[in-house]
Design a protein around this ligand. Structure first.
Ligand code: G3P
Ligand code: MG
Length: 250
């Protein structure tokens, strides 16, 4: 059984780790999310120029590191030289841009990891295949959710490995949601990841009726969290796992 299916709902995912308190997508942020009590976290991944999946959100290095330029035009070794913590706070200087394999290997059995495939600037690259093969070789298929805004990524995953747990990420407001959900259901048959602003009680009821779980992003304020919990959503993807877990009394 997949870990997600056996977890108490709602599952609280640290979005890019506990990214309110530590630099996003770093080991420090993932460690902190777990320390705060989260049993799941989300991360973003893309390829370096030498084909290594690294964990970073933006297509360029500029916002979160002391480097510049596109991630997919730099070698892994060059990216390892960079600091990914100091821009967030001097307390985190020395944090690296982690490789995906290092993050996956760090976490024991009971942690669920949502890998967002973020090859949005190079949609035809090999990211999906490389990440799937990595997860399979680490025997982690039963505790990874693969998500992406790119239907192609999910199509490849499902074709290569029908057991992969996939979740379509949806943006573009309510019309975008309705269109994607109707046309692309087969790529994301068990879970869907809509943004907070398109979710209402009706949508949650409808998805549940159709047998799909709903994990909502990015839910940071307690009022929204409370409302979503009352509607019975299955997962909250939050920068602030501590705050949301406190709200839940966990
Ligand atoms: O996976 C949910 C969320 O992370 C999608 O958007 O831009 O924060 O990666 P973004
Ligand atoms: Mg993401």
């Amino acid at each position: 059984m997949h870990l997600y299916d056996s977890m108490k709902k709602p599952v609280i995912f640290g979005h890019r780790g506990a990214s309110r308190y530590a630099p996003e997508n770093t080991m420090a942020a993932f460690e902190l999310a777990i320390k705060q009590g989260a049993r799941a976290f989300e991360l973003d991944t893309m390829l370096t120029s030498d084909g290594i999946p690294v964990v970073i959100h933006d297509h360029t290095l500029d916002r979160t590191t002391n480097g510049t330029g596109s991630v997919n035009q730099k070698k892994y070794d060059e990216i390892q030289e960079l600091d990914a913590g100091g821009k967030f706070s001097q307390d985190f200087r020395g944090e690296k841009v982690p490789s995906l394999v290092d993050v996956l290997k760090r976490y024991p059995q009971e942690i669920l990891i949502n890998i967002e495939l973020k090859n949005y600037h190079s949609p035809k690259d090999e990211l999906t295949r490389i990440v799937l093969e990595m997860v399979e070789s680490l025997q982690m298929l039963d505790r990874v959710i693969f998500s992406s805004f790119l239907p192609r990524n999910l199509r490849i995953l499902r074709k290569m490995q029908p057991k992969a747990k996939t979740a379509l990420l949806i943006s573009g407001g309510v019309p975008g949601y309705l269109l994607s959900t109707a046309l692309l259901r087969s790529l994301s048959p068990e879970i869907v990841h809509p943004p907070l602003d398109v979710v209402d009680h009706r949508l949650v009821r409808q998805e549940h009726k159709n047998g799909r779980c709903v994990n909502v992003w990015t839910v940071n304020d307690p009022q929204s969290a409370r409302k979503l919990i009352d509607w019975g959503v299955d997962g909250l993807i939050t920068d602030d796992p501590l705050g949301i877990l406190e709200l839940l009394g966990q």
